[in-house]
Design a protein around this ligand. Structure first.
Ligand SMILES: *[C@@H]1O[C@H](CO)[C@@H](O)[C@H](O)[C@H]1NC(C)=O
Length: 229
């Protein structure tokens, strides 16, 4: 009888693990998203959004790799070059958008230098909605990460100390402290401290992360998942 209990609980544990792995994988696989914004003077805004989870950019292109995308009403000579890709587009999108639920990028930032003069271009991003938990702490406060299940541990996907938008941690702040939204400082500190732990507390401060942009009120934004260790 005692050995049956051990075996049975092993079976239950195994099927639980399998179930969670399955849910996790299907959630990842099912949510590949694509956003395409044709370049023109009246559409500058490229907006990525995840209903569930956070953005993980897989591929991004500013230029043209297809003759049929954003082709409507365009003369054919603007569509024939399908080898046009601006260098660094995917890195720029990852830096700005990974780990966020919503991300707005202005195409203007990719226009110069023009990667292919005379070709009508578009910005296209393929991304996954990664089933992560997001946690934010304003500068000066403590961020707590934790996993509800005691047999799960933290796995940090993305951590930024800085400012990427004007609304987060803006309450009662003078506007000059929230204007700089280019204060991007991804870091490994949170993953080094918290990965593999069931819970973890970290101070959102210059003392821990250094000073990425003087005069700006910052915040620590972390996207993480709870996984079986
Ligand atoms: C996004 O995925 C589609 C389908 O796989 C592919 O045709 C397209 O080229 C991809 N876009 C980028 C920017 O890589």
């Amino acid at each position: 009888m005692p050995s049956c209990i051990r075996i049975c609980s092993a079976i239950v544990l195994f099927s639980k693990l399998f179930f969670h792995l399955f849910v996790f994988l299907s959630a990842v696989v099912d949510s590949v998203e694509q956003m395409t914004t044709c370049d023109s003077d009246n559409s500058n805004i490229h907006r990525l959004h995840c209903e569930v989870g956070v953005i993980a950019v897989d591929q991004a292109l500013y230029g043209r790799s297809s003759s049929v995308v954003c082709a409507e009403g365009r003369p054919s000579q603007q569509l024939v070059n399908t080898q046009c890709a601006r260098q660094g587009t995917v890195d720029a999108l990852r830096t700005r958008c990974n780990g966020k639920k919503t991300c707005v990028v202005n195409i203007n930032t990719f226009r110069n230098p023009d990667p292919c003069v005379g070709t009508f271009k578009y910005l296209q991003t393929n991304f996954t909605c990664f089933p992560a938990i997001t946690a934010i702490a304003c500068e000066g406060s403590l961020l707590q990460l934790f996993c509800e299940s005691s047999i799960q541990v933290i796995s940090v996907f993305n951590a930024e100390y800085g400012r990427r938008d004007r609304s987060t941690c803006s309450y009662k702040r003078p506007s000059n402290q929230i204007q700089n939204v280019e204060c991007l400082s991804p870091n490994e500190i949170v993953s080094n401290r918290c990965n593999g732990l069931n819970s973890c507390t970290i101070h959102a401060s210059n003392g821990v992360f250094g000073e990425p942009c003087r005069g700006t009120h910052k915040y620590l934004e972390v996207a993480y998942a709870c996984v079986y260790g």
